[in-house]
Design a binder for this molecule. Structure first.
Ligand code: ADP
Length: 316
């Protein structure tokens, strides 16, 4: 369980993160969504005590810095950092393992898990961005931690790599871990996350289960096709009594909010109105976002960033 409370940080008097509080529960993937520059990396550094600022964050009850062997508790992948120029991928992980009293055999396990077993003897400086991300992920998983905190782990992965990452994170959460993962792409998060923490300009915009975002959307509606549209519209209008709406969206078509399809069907039946189509339309996460954020364009760059592919990337 991650409990973040009142996290805040300013750079040169300008707030990068303001009063952020949220929980990340075990058994869930919680997506941390916000456009570039929203404050995601800053928040994650604050959570890990790598940056000075206000607020607190505990991982299973204790701050990150209170753990003597933190890699066994919290696996972190932050912005891509250059790796040691001459050390091999395996040696890089071995060094981390030794300092956290993690058995050496675990190094080969995680190299296999992230798909880097074949290049374990190579220097990470020769790796593509995607392979570097996989190595960072291997390091995060090394101590078999109960909590994962990953900053834009999909960066540099090709579509197969992103699919693999999604399945991996879901599997890790299903084993009871708390997984907190950031992205600036809504489409990516929509498929990966159970819960969302959405920020903009360092402030909380929304926080809750993914389905709650769409449940409240005014874009959820019932579509009715009937040759008696005018008659049915009046009846629905009376029933709604101002809560919801009924619109004539075609000669024989009505769009209704605030009333479920079965209620519309019953109303039509009770009044001997002929109905040719009655269907429910649920808002997509993207539509719900347009409402919440006003302008969600910056969250929704659909195509995954073109990744520098290598023979290893996407091979799984
Ligand atoms: P994100 O990870 O969501 O892209 P960041 O946390 O990197 O956002 O940045 C949040 C804001 O803080 C941005 O406006 C950024 O320019 C600013 N910022 C981040 N790091 C620094 C720094 N070291 N010095 C000054 N400003 C910074």
């Amino acid at each position: 369980m991650i409990e973040a409370r009142d996290l805040a940080k300013s750079y040169a008097g300008k707030a990068a993160v303001s009063g952020l509080s949220f929980d990340v529960r075990p058994g869930t993937v919680t997506g941390f969504l916000g456009p570039n520059g929203a404050g995601k990396s800053t928040t994650m550094r604050l959570m890990l005590g790598l940056d000075t600022g206000a607020g607190t964050c505990t991982f299973d009850g204790k701050p990150f810095t209170a753990y003597a062997e933190p890699m066994r508790e919290v696996g972190a992948l932050l912005e891509a950092k250059p790796f040691h120029p001459t050390r091999t991928a395996r040696n890089h992980l071995l060094m981390l393992a030794t300092s956290n009293r993690i058995p050496a055999q675990r190094v080969d396990e995680v190299l296999g898990l992230v798909g880097l077993a074949d290049v374990a003897g190579k220097k990470p400086s020769t790796f593509s961005l995607g392979m570097g991300q996989r190595l960072g992920l291997a390091a995060a998983l090394l101590g078999n931690p109960h909590t994962l905190i990953l900053d834009e782990p999909a960066n540099g992965l090709d579509p197969q790599g992103i699919h693999w990452l999604r399945e991996l994170l879901k599997a890790l959460a299903n084993e009871g871990r708390s997984v907190f993962v950031s992205s600036h792409l809504l489409s990516e998060m929509a498929l990966m996350a159970d819960e969302l923490v959405v920020i903009g300009k360092g402030r909380m915009i929304a926080n809750g289960p993914v389905e709650d975002f769409t449940k409240l959307s005014v874009r959820n509606h019932v579509l009715v096709r009937t040759p008696q549209a005018g008659e049915l519209a009046s009846l629905i209008g009376a029933k709604l009594a101002g809560v919801g709406s009924v619109q004539r969206t075609g000669d024989s078509e009505l769009t209704v909010t605030g009333l479920e399809a079965n209620a519309v069907g019953d109303l039509a039946f009770d009044n001997r109105i002929r109905v040719h189509e009655l269907s429910t339309h649920n808002a997509t996460l993207e539509e719900a976002f347009l409402e919440i954020t006003g302008n969600a364009a910056e969250y929704t760059a659909h195509a995954p960033a073109a990744a520098p592919t290598t023979p290893q990337e996407g091979a799984r």
